[in-house]
Design a protein around this ligand. Structure first.
Ligand code: NAD
Length: 291
């Protein structure tokens, strides 16, 4: 079994982006600028946005973090997005999800200028993805593709089972892997909460991508010998042995599943850091698209 080390691979891609930023700046370009909007103070969202802002600093991007009150109404939030769309210095905009219940997520995502949609959630980005056109890929699926490419893992002709059909992970991942492109050409089964006999589907899989949001959901008896397992899940569970009283675990029962895999991602330090890489690469691409 080989561990797919997200920290190591992310460091590799971040270094490459950092070098490219230096070279762009030496040619007279400005720093890539990522603007993040955080509504409210959900602790997980705070942590994710904090990591994104820190990464911007690390690799030579400018960043703006707009903190907005959880009570903000949709119209006011739309105005903030319009201002960032208009701001010529801002190359990429991300709105940290989830948003408070009174705000319609789709209306916010749809308001982002597609040329600045570095999270890749806008209908224009998703539409282009489906058609195989150049676009911003959603950051998590993009990060997973970067990781597979780093390890030289070719999924062509493989049977991939994606568990979970969210707009941000499962659905775009299933489409990307099934397309005729350098990283795709897999045969894909997209499974979800209404799938019958999920175990039978998973046992057919050469590759399982788990994006469910249930700790330890994927068990050893659902995975065939030699499979590749990518664990997208980030779940906080109680752990009295930790000072914080909790720890992060994935959607895969890692200790039981890992021995029978050819490759597996850990949680933490698996897909998480790669998602940030996908976002940063998209922001760099936003700058390059303007040149
Ligand atoms: P989500 O929470 O929007 O949806 C969960 C999906 O799982 C749904 O499509 C549902 O159909 C499916 N599902 C639920 N119960 C199921 C069952 N019993 N059998 C089969 N399928 C079932 O999904 P999401 O936003 O993709 O998040 C999934 C997990 O990934 C969460 O833990 C989230 O925190 C994590 N996540 C991690 C990253 C990262 O960077 N590593 C990025 C995004 C999400």
């Amino acid at each position: 079994m080989k561990l797919l080390d997200g920290s190591l691979v992310a460091a590799h891609y971040k270094e490459k982006i950092k070098e490219e930023v230096k070279s762009l700046i030496s040619q007279g370009s400005k720093k890539p600028h990522l603007a993040a909007i955080l509504v409210g103070n959900n602790p997980a969202s705070e942590a994710y946005v904090g990591a994104k802002v820190r990464t911007c600093e690390e690799i030579g991007f400018a960043s703006t973090l707009l903190r907005l009150d959880a009570q903000i109404d949709e119209a006011r939030l739309l105005k903030e997005i319009a201002a960032l769309n208009e701001n010529k210095d801002v190359d990429g905009i991300l709105v940290q999800l989830p948003l408070p219940k009174h705000i319609r997520e789709a209306s916010i995502i749809n308001a982002i200028d597609p040329s600045k949609d570095v999270d890749g959630f806008h209908p224009v980005s998703i539409g282009k993805l489906v058609l195989g056109q150049d676009t911003f890929l959603p950051a998590t699926p993009y990060g997973i593709l970067l990781m597979l490419s780093y390890y030289g893992i070719d999924l062509s002709g493989k049977h991939c089972v994606v568990v979970g059909r969210s707009n941000i992970v499962g659905t775009p991942m299933s489409i990307l892997l099934s397309r005729n492109n350098a990283y795709g050409n897999a045969t894909v089964t997209l499974t979800h909460s209404k799938t019958k006999d999920l175990k039978a589907h998973c046992l057919q899989a050469d590759v399982i991508i788990a994006a469910i949001g249930i700790p330890y959901f994927l068990k050893a008896d659902m995975v065939k010998e030699g499979a590749i397992v990518i664990d997208v899940g980030i779940n906080r569970i109680e752990d009295a042995s930790k000072k914080s009283g909790s720890r992060l675990v994935g959607d895969v029962d890692f200790d039981a599943v890992a021995p029978q895999c050819s490759y597996i991602t850990p949680v933490p330090k698996g897909v998480g850091p790669m998602t940030i890489c996908g976002l940063m690469q998209n922001t760099l691409n936003a700058v390059k698209n303007k040149r």
